[in-house]
Design a protein around this ligand. Sequence first.
Ligand code: AMP
Length: 192
Amino acid sequence: MNIILLGAPGAGKGTQAGILVETRGMVQLSTGDMLRAARSSGTEMGLKVAAVMDAGQLVTDEIVIGLIEEQLDKGSEGGFIFDGFPRTLPQADALGELLAKKGLSLDAVIELVVDDEALVGRIEKRAAEAAAAGQPVRSDDNAEVFAGRLKEYYKKTAPLTGYYYAKGNLQTVNGMQSMEAVRDAIASLLKA
Ligand code: AMP
């Protein structure tokens, strides 16, 4: 089973993807994590995307599509969770083509819906918790950059809900619930 988790930054995609990895043996493909890894290892691509990420903007489709293709080639028995990808309509088209080429299906697109006011609070909490735990704080997890990330989301990513709705794939979960309630809602969607 291969699924996409859609939702604004801070909606809980990464948290829920982590749970699916634990409970279903799926492989999480987070382009944000891949890009951060490229930055911290100082690859040419990592250096190229750093400023764009720090500004809260999207990196080019070409880069993230390349990253995803590389990971798909490794395969996953439990299936893939796409987390933070696709984020644009061209990325969604490219994913469809990649999956078809590899004989893989797209089984569900689950949108986590969270109010804007709650999102910024969650992002600030994530930064505070990372700092308290002595972990690196993401350079884009602050209120100023977040405003730009949210605009990018509405301009470029939100249209994907219509795209997948039209394909008959879209399912929606109320992301304002507790982490456990969201987990259970996703589990029952995947069982159905
Ligand atoms: P995330 O961890 O998903 O919030 O991603 C952090 C940052 O990485 C984003 O603000 C973008 O700059 C970049 N990024 C991650 N995934 C994508 C994507 N699919 N397309 C373009 N940029 C991305």
